[in-house]
Ligand binder design. Sequence first.
Ligand code: HEC
Length: 156
Amino acid sequence: MKTRLLHCAFVLLSAVSATPLLADEQLDLGKTVYMTLCVACHQPTGAGLPPVFPTLVQTEYVSGSTERFAAMILKGVMGPITVKDMVFNNMMPPQEALLTDEKIAAAITYVRASFGNTYPAVPAAVVTSARSKFADRKTSWTEAELKAWPDAQASK
Ligand code: HEC
C-alpha cells in the first residue's frame, strides 16, 4: 500500500515537471548553492538588501553575458557599481577557490530561472572557459570592466 502511494506520488510529480531530469538536477544544485552562499547577501527572494546588496531581479548582469556572470562569481566584484539606478559600494567576495565550475554554473542557472527571471540555462563549460581565460587575474572586477565586456548584452 505504502509502495503504491509512493508510486502514485512519483507518477504525479513526473507528470507535473515538463523539463528533462538533467535540467532539474542543475536547478536543484543551483538552489542548494544559492541558499547556502548567495542568500546571505542577495536574500531568499533575490531582492538583495539595498543599499548594501543589489537585487538579482532582471538586472543587466543577470540577463547579459554569461561569461561575465561566471567571471563575477569566480573573481568577485568591487564597488562602486550601479545596479538598477542605485549605487552599491561594497564587495562581493571571489568564489573560485570554493566552488566547482558545475556549482557556479548551477547557481547562475538558478538565478537566471528564479525571482521573475526567465533567461536560459548556463552549461558548466562557460565557467570552465572563464576560469582558464582569467586564471592569472588576482583582483575583483570593477564596474568599468564589467560595462566594457565584449558581449555585455548577450545572454549566452
Ligand atoms: C558577501 C555578500 C555576497 C555574496 C555571498 C554574494 N554576493 Fe553577489 N554581490 C554582492 C555585492 C555587494 C554586489 C555589488 C558589488 C559591490 O558593491 O561591490 C554583488 C553583485 C552581484 C551581481 C551583479 C549586480 C546585480 O545585482 O545584478 C550579481 C549578478 C551577483 N552579485 C550574484 C551573486 C551570486 C549568484 C552569488 C552566489 C554564488 C553571490 N552574488 C554571492 C554581495 C554578495
